[in-house]
Design a protein around this ligand. Structure first.
Ligand SMILES: Nc1ncnc2c1ncn2[C@@H]1O[C@H](COP(=O)(O)OP(=O)(O)O)[C@@H](O)[C@H]1O
Ligand SMILES: [Mg+2]
Length: 464
């Protein structure tokens, strides 16, 4: 947790955004002895980078609009201006308050503005308050359970449970196996475990077993000696050896050819490798994390994956929840992607329209977080309004039918019960009605209402 609340006037971050070169920059260096950590940038990108370095660190940010910012620059500022950890103050010439884009920017994004030049004390107060507001926003994030973990966004119960498991896994050196659909963040989780483990100062080496041609897997994993095969002009270390001391992430382990499964198993049992074409046993100390989107149980049953290797790899098992089970995280991830890519669009986007939010919650997200990020990124470029719509996200309305109402659920259950009763009673209305504890007339009426055609039913069933 950041320590700002207990040291309100300890060190406070101040970003000064000014194009510069006009000799009118504000002499803010005088603020440093007052505990301000001053950072100067010349554009939106620079500001956003600073703000994203630690999303929980509050910042006051002063946007000096007097020199050289045109409409395009202002549009670019959207992402930085909507960062939750910044309190923005605009510095303007009095005449600029007549310009609609400037007025709109201040209205939509800024905590306050000052007409420059202004007395130092005024500027200090306004910037101090802007920082205070940013701090409140950051604290709110934490009170609401800012559960995000090491760059992974997630506050849903499913993600909180995952983060707890990741933290525990980081405390041990046991092999971790991460299961989950594609795009759910398996690699991100693997990196988080590494970064929180005692190996964090050593390498994290990832290898995608599914992306390497079968013939090259062995040499990629184990390396080779000079002359091991034609073209082996010099010794090359394999990924396992490069990861020595750190963590080896075996991604898409389900795609590892059987031959390499045997070599990998030998390495896991002995702790040594032999480079191809070599005779020397090299002792290696790595922590293994593996992942796959395949169902390894069926791969084992089919003989495509070795059960003994699986048991070695899967000491701790993590399950990445699919995006459709993460509730409000869908909105948070979408907003995160919007902030991240907002500079790529032509205009300042304010967020998502209600129809876009509804569509996102109805979409099944087969590609999970990766798909969400890609759709938002594309929408940022394509959007023509101030809000991203379902159309901009290219989410079909067929995919995003709203959840059923209570009446619809009740109707479906009633219809289902009637059909089953009729089936059990071979279409005999009197018996079905008795079973359902309604009169024959009521049953008849219900069948009409639910589009169950009596004649056909009776015929159909009596013939059965
Ligand atoms: N919880 C999350 N918060 C933020 N970004 C995420 C999260 N989960 C996944 N991502 C992003 O989604 C993309 C896919 O994640 P990745 O770890 O490669 O998935 P997988 O390995 O399961 O296919 C990456 O760009 C990653 O940064
Ligand atoms: Mg992956």
């Amino acid at each position: 947790m950041h320590d700002a609340p207990s040291r309100p006037y300890g060190s406070r971050e101040l970003i000064y955004v000014a194009r510069g070169g006009h000799g009118r920059e504000l002499p803010l260096a005088r603020l440093q002895p007052l505990g301000w950590n001053l950072r100067r940038v010349s554009d939106a990108r620079g500001a956003l980078r600073l703000l994203q370095r630690d999303a929980r660190q509050p910042h006051a940010a002063l946007l000096d609009l007097r020199e050289g910012f045109d409409h395009h620059d202002l549009a670019e500022f959207g992402g930085a201006l909507s960062a939750a950890n910044a309190g923005w103050v605009a510095g303007v010439d009095a005449s600029q308050l007549d310009q609609e884009p400037v007025r709109q920017l201040i209205r939509d994004y800024c905590y306050d503005y000052v007409t420059l030049p202004c007395p130092e004390a005024v500027l200090d107060t306004v910037v101090g308050h802007a920082h205070g507001m940013a701090r409140l926003a950051c604290e709110r994030g934490e009170d609401e359970g800012g559960a995000d973990f090491d760059g992974m966004i997630g506050q849903s119960a499913a993600m909180r449970a995952l983060f707890r498991t990741l933290r525990k896994a980081a405390l041990t050196d046991a092999p971790v196996f991460i299961a989950g659909e594609t795009g759910t963040g398996k690699e991100l989780a693997a990196m988080a475990v590494h970064r929180h483990s005692r190996r964090s100062a050593h390498p994290f080496v990832a290898i995608n077993c599914g992306a390497i041609p079968h013939s090259l897997v062995q040499s990629e994993l184990f390396g080779y000696e000079r002359g091991a095969f034609t073209g082996a002009l010099q010794r090359k270390l394999g990924r396992i050896e490069t990861a020595n001391g750190g963590t080896l992430f075996l991604d898409e382990i389900g795609d590892l050819p059987l031959e390499s499964q045997a070599s990998l198993l030998r390495f896991l049992q002995q702790g040594c490798i032999e480079r191809l074409g070599g005779h020397e046993q090299v002792r290696i100390d790595v922590r293994i994390i593996s992942a796959t989107h395949h169902d390894l149980d069926s791969a084992i049953a089919d003989g495509r994956f070795r059960a003994d290797l699986y048991h070695r790899l899967c000491v701790l098992r993590l399950q990445q929840p699919p995006l459709r089970e993460r509730g409000g995280d869908i909105d948070r991830l979408a907003e995160h992607a919007l902030r991240r890519y907002s500079q790529e669009g032509q205009r300042t986007l304010k967020g998502f329209s209600p129809c876009a939010r509804q569509a996102m919650h109805g979409h099944p997200w087969p590609g999970n977080v990766r798909e969400l990020i890609n759709r938002v990124r594309q929408a940022v470029v394509m959007a023509e309004g101030r809000l991203i719509t379902a159309g901009d996200l290219h989410i079909d309305h067929a995919d995003s039918t709203p959840p059923p109402t209570l009446d619809e659920v009740r109707d479906a259950a009633t219809r289902d019960a009637i059909v089953r009763a009729l089936q059990r009673n071979r279409g005999r209305l009197v018996d079905a009605a008795r079973e359902l504890a309604v009169s024959r007339v009521t049953l008849y009426r219900l069948m009409l209402r639910h589009d169950l055609r009596v004649g056909e039913m009776e015929d159909g069933f009596s013939a059965a």
